[in-house]
Design a protein. Structure first.
Length: 453
């Protein structure tokens, strides 16, 4: 299903040449001049939960806009109790700009909230009638939720020029909200990974039909997702690749210390879910120990999740308890410090049984920016970030032998570790830098706002 809405003229979100964009080791002093119209746009970020520990890229993107002087607000569909940590732990600039809609979960409570809203604001009856017409398509529960979201967002949508959603399923909700009213707000959605790859969203053409029809701009973190959306019927003129980036200032503040130079330390940071490939990493470690028992190595794993206990059991069964150290969940700064203290970063990403996939993991960018050699897989958009043998080492998915071989190479060759780490840092600072990516995103907002709906 292809949209018949006119396609705006937009800047392409591909990385600029190295000559056009020098390395940025600091931060905001290197900002390019962005059209001042970007500062006059009200941008609303619509998210499901906020803040989320594993989605620092969303928070960092918002903070970069604020530091550039943009008028940005955050609206979370769920209540504050769904957040991973309190707002007080975030940058002070962002705290007063966050609103929680917290729509009731049961149909009865939703209907009661709708009736109360209609009594207070009779003008919302038009929204209710349109929601009633859409209820056959969405179902009663979803239609009531969409209507409540629309009623509570009405005033915000009247003044917002851009609504930016992270993850396609949230963009789909936004599209259905916007269909109820006659708001001129332009809808931007960033797709990351599971929202394109998981079986629950297939076929994309059907699940994302409201977004394909109403969405103005669909950004993807890699080229693979862009092609899948186009194949699903999205207007190619509205689909652009826009890589996530890392904050150079945050990276620069991390110490690079090695407590035991006689031992090579590997590190893996990530939520313990199937797509991250923790079990593959432990199998590789066991292979390496059996093949080279004399090597002085350790493996630090940071994170928690549903696979934590089974991974600990796997480490015990393979006699890796003295080598594999589970640190549990850490805050962002502490996680970066763990990467900084290691010699090599490992992330053997893979496709989960339910189709869940990575986009391009931001943690890989962070490790590379810290000058660490990285070992990962030919999975999803990772080869867009890592050039095998140049800025890191890549193995195939679900290939513990390939991961073990890469680990062995890096243990044996300190010069290779240094060369790959240096190239990795240059790649990220030039092409996956939050500052330059933020400038491109704000220019996209300006181009979109100037175009005809």
């Amino acid at each position: 299903m292809q949209s018949n809405r006119g396609a705006p003229s937009l800047a392409v979100c591909e990385p600029a040449s190295d000559e056009a964009r020098p390395l940025i080791a600091g931060a905001s002093a290197g900002r390019a001049a962005v059209d001042h119209d970007a500062l006059g746009l009200k941008v609303v970020y619509l998210v499901r939960r906020f803040p989320v520990r594993s989605q620092t890229f969303v928070t960092n993107e918002i903070i970069d806009h604020l530091r550039a002087g943009a008028d940005v607000h955050v609206v979370a569909l769920e209540g504050p109790d769904s957040a991973d940590f309190p707002l007080e732990e975030l940058d002070p600039q962002i705290r007063p700009r966050v609103t929680y809609l917290d729509v009731p979960r049961t149909n009865r409570a939703r209907l009661g909230a709708v009736l109360q809203g209609l009594l207070r604001k009779p003008g919302s009856f038009r929204l209710a009638l349109r929601a009633l017409l859409q209820s056959r398509e969405e179902g009663k529960h979803a239609a009531l939720g969409t209507l409540l979201f629309a009623m509570r967002l009405a005033r915000t949508l009247e003044s917002a020029r851009i609504v930016h959603c992270h993850f396609g399923n949230v963009g789909r909700i936004a599209a259905m909200i916007l269909r109820l009213g006659r708001w001129q707000t332009r809808l931007v959605t960033t797709f990351h990974g599971y929202d394109v790859s998981k079986q629950a969203y297939q076929p994309l053409s059907r699940y994302y039909a409201p977004l394909i029809e109403r969405g103005d701009l669909m950004l993807t973190v890699n080229s693979i997702w862009a092609e899948r959306l186009k194949a699903a019927g999205a207007d190619p003129a509205r689909v652009h690749v826009h890589h996530m980036g890392i904050n150079p200032n945050t990276i620069e503040g991390i110490g690079i210390a090695r407590p035991d130079p006689a031992k090579v330390e590997f590190c893996m940071v990530g939520r313990m879910v199937p797509k991250k490939g923790h079990n593959v990493a432990l199998r590789a470690l066991a292979m390496l120990r059996r093949r080279r028992p004399e090597l002085a190595i350790s493996f630090v794993l940071v994170g928690e999740g549903p696979l934590l206990e089974s991974l600990k059991a796997q480490a015990k069964a393979d006699d890796l308890e003295d080598m594999a150290v589970f640190l549990g969940a850490l805050g962002h700064e502490s996680s970066l410090a763990a990467i900084g203290a290691a010699d090599v970063f490992v992330l053997p990403s893979r496709t989960a049984e339910d189709g869940d996939m990575e986009g391009i993991p931001v943690v890989l960018m962070e490790a590379m920016a810290l000058g660490k050699p990285v070992i990962s897989t030919r999975h999803s958009g990772i080869p867009e970030l890592i050039e095998d043998g140049v800025s890191g080492l890549l193995a195939d998915e679900n290939d513990p032998a390939g991961i073990a071989a890469a680990m062995e190479r890096l243990v044996a060759d300190a010069q290779l570790r240094h060369r790959l780490g240096t190239s990795a840092r240059q790649t990220v600072m030039a092409e996956f830098n939050e500052v330059t990516q933020g400038e491109r995103l704000r220019q996209l907002y300006v181009d979109l706002a100037r175009s005809e709906p």
